[in-house]
Design a binder for this molecule. Structure first.
Ligand SMILES: *[C@@H]1O[C@H](CO)[C@@H](O)[C@H](O)[C@H]1NC(C)=O
Length: 188
């Protein structure tokens, strides 16, 4: 995004105030006119750039209603979060649980996993097929959550999802404890 117009204007304004205490040449009206014209062009470009940035943000939880227990799973299993209060840009697929990057950029993700009845749970945030970050919890009784978050540079078409680790159990209910969220920070 171009900011040279406003920089030029700032420099000109700087020299206007500096001129009060020094003998440097003041900007002429045509200098100011040229700077304003350049700045207007930059603002038009900036507005166009902003209009082409796609908004992308989603949040989803595992259970739509009632109570849901998954596992213990025999092998690593992708989680499909079916309760989706936010899916701006539709990059999160509610059928597969997979987020697909629509533009190259920096994206932030977080995931929270919950387990009940003293069963341990672990999950990985996966980029394409690579485990990026894990969340894990294990305790002798009761109810506990674990979470993690990451910012990733994604190419168009890169896929991000959460995989429940082998032997893990995960719990969710109508209060929505087990969640997966992400958004585009900025395109690159
Ligand atoms: C979600 O994925 C399924 C299975 O790959 C596909 O059939 C469907 O079209 C996808 N939905 C969207 C909105 O892309």
């Amino acid at each position: 995004m171009k900011i040279s117009g406003s920089l030029t204007l700032l420099l000109l304004l700087g020299s206007v105030s500096a001129q009060e205490t020094s003998e440097s040449n003041p900007p002429t009206p045509s200098d100011l006119y040229a700077a304003l014209k350049e700045m207007t062009a930059s603002l038009v470009q900036l507005k166009a750039d902003m209009a082409t940035v796609q908004p992308v943000a989603f949040s989803a939880s595992l259970a739509v209603e009632g109570e849901l227990h998954i596992g213990p799973v025999p092998s690593d299993t992708p989680l499909i979060y079916r309760h989706v209060p936010t899916n701006i840009g539709n990059a999160y697929n509610t059928t597969t649980g997979v987020f697909t990057a629509p533009v190259r950029g920096a994206y932030h993700f977080e995931f929270h996993i919950n387990s009940a009845n003293s069963r341990s749970t672990a999950a990985f945030l996966v980029k394409n097929s690579e485990n990026v970050f894990a969340a894990h919890e294990s305790q002798p009784a009761h109810f506990m959550s674990s979470s993690n978050g990451v910012t990733l540079l994604l190419e168009v078409g890169d896929k991000v999802f959460v995989r429940l680790a082998a032997t893990s159990h995960v719990f969710d209910n109508f209060n929505h404890h087990t969640t997966f969220s992400g958004h585009l920070l900025f395109p690159m």
